[in-house]
Unconditional design. Structure first.
Length: 396
């Protein structure tokens, strides 16, 4: 007797009995796998992009906003700081590297970042084509930006005021020129238009106006510490003794992840609750199926099937439900991740990988199968109580 074939036929013979159980199972697995991948990849992306920067110095305001805007480029800046104040910090013995960055413009929604070529070294960015900017209004493009905007070397474009693409914004009259395109780095650099600080100052100055050092401003300063003690001393000094604020990217992002983690854990707990309910639903579905097939099971006993074989028959049916539900749920979870990745790419320039199953997803598979096995065993206990002669005589 082929128990596997027979159990599968039993499962598809009355599909409506299993539909509710399968839907609940698929929903719970999809939610858990989706949230596992999303939280893991978001944390991975954040950690990768803040790793080169130990400290961000900018205008007073929200430290998280300062980190999000200056390092991750997904928020508005807190304001500007004087260049001469930033230059004083660069000379500190506690500072190994300090890179000024400045915002204010965009092209079709992509931020134009004014900085120095040392910014590219923070993320080990290398040229794929062309050269680095050496004059005002020369730009290099991140790899994703070049594809998104369909720009190539020697192309020119006009920028818009602000950090978001708005058709009503005034366009500057002096065009930017593409002189270089970067190799993919897997970091925020891929999604930027990068130029010199002078370019940002020029597009915001009046014709014929000269730049005076006392008036020049930058958005923030990205700092790498020269020694471990700097993390204790420098932020306190800046926050207490200057009109600027210092924010530690690692600290602020960890706070953000903890806040997001509460929501993630809540959704995962809901998904686990749904998984348990799906186990109950499988139990009810199989119990109902056993009662409806009492005559069939009794006939199988007369043909020589043992109670153990009948137990396996029901157990295999439950395992089929569990495995099919897990596979469908895993696929739907990945589909959800792809949709979110598309949205994140268009809105923030971030992408998520459709990764292969992880250790936690393997544990989820084992948990899913364990729940279906338990439900199947509990539902099939009545198999041992079959009164074959009574059932067959009642049929006659």
């Amino acid at each position: 007797m082929n128990l596997v074939k027979l159990s599968f036929k039993n499962l598809i013979s009355k599909p409506l009995n299993a539909v509710l159980s399968l839907l609940l199972l698929v929903l719970s697995v999809a939610l858990v796998t989706f949230m596992l991948q999303l939280s893991s990849q978001v944390k991975g992306n954040l950690d990768k992009n803040i790793k080169p920067v130990d400290l961000v110095v900018g205008a007073k305001g929200s430290p998280l906003q300062l980190v999000l805007s200056s390092v991750l480029h997904i928020d508005a800046p807190t304001g500007n700081i004087k260049l001469k104040e930033a230059e004083k910090l660069r000379k500190s013995r506690l500072v190994k590297t300090a890179v000024p960055v400045s915002y204010g413009d965009n092209y079709k929604g992509v931020r134009i970042l004014g900085t120095e070529t040392s910014y590219l070294k923070l993320y080990n960015a290398e040229l794929a084509n062309g050269t680095l900017f050496s004059k005002s209004h020369q730009v290099v493009l991140g790899s994703a930006t070049a594809k998104k905007l369909n720009l190539k070397l020697e192309d020119t474009f006009l920028s818009s005021h602000g950090l978001a693409d708005q058709s009503l914004e005034e366009h500057h009259g002096h065009p930017f020129k593409v002189v270089g395109i970067l190799k993919p780095t897997g970091s925020v650099v891929d999604n930027l238009i990068i130029t010199s600080l002078e370019s940002i100052w020029d597009v915001h100055s009046h014709p014929g106006e000269e730049h005076h050092d006392d008036d020049l401003e930058v958005t923030s300063l990205l700092i790498q510490f020269s020694n471990p003690m700097a993390m204790m001393q420098l932020p306190r000094y800046i926050n207490d003794k200057t009109n600027m604020q210092a924010a530690l990217p690692s600290l602020e992002i960890n706070r953000l992840v903890k806040l997001l983690g509460v929501g993630v854990q809540t959704i995962q707990l809901i998904a686990i609750a749904i998984l348990l309910v799906s186990g109950l639903s499988i139990f009810i579905s199989l119990l109902k199926a056993i009662r409806e097939r009492r005559q069939e099971l009794a006939l199988l006993r007369t043909y020589g099937a043992t109670s153990g074989q009948l137990l396996w028959l029901v157990l295999l049916e439950g395992l089929f439900l569990g495995f099919i539900g897990y596979v469908l749920g895993w696929l739907i979870g990945r589909l959800g991740l792809w949709i979110i990745s598309t949205y994140a790419q268009n809105s923030y320039g971030y992408t998520f990988n459709l990764a292969t199953p992880t250790k936690w997803e393997a544990i989820l598979l084992l948990a899913t199968l364990a729940i279906t096995v338990l439900a199947s065993v509990l539902a099939s206990l009545s198999v041992f109580k079959l009164n074959v002669s009574k059932i067959l005589s009642a049929e006659k």
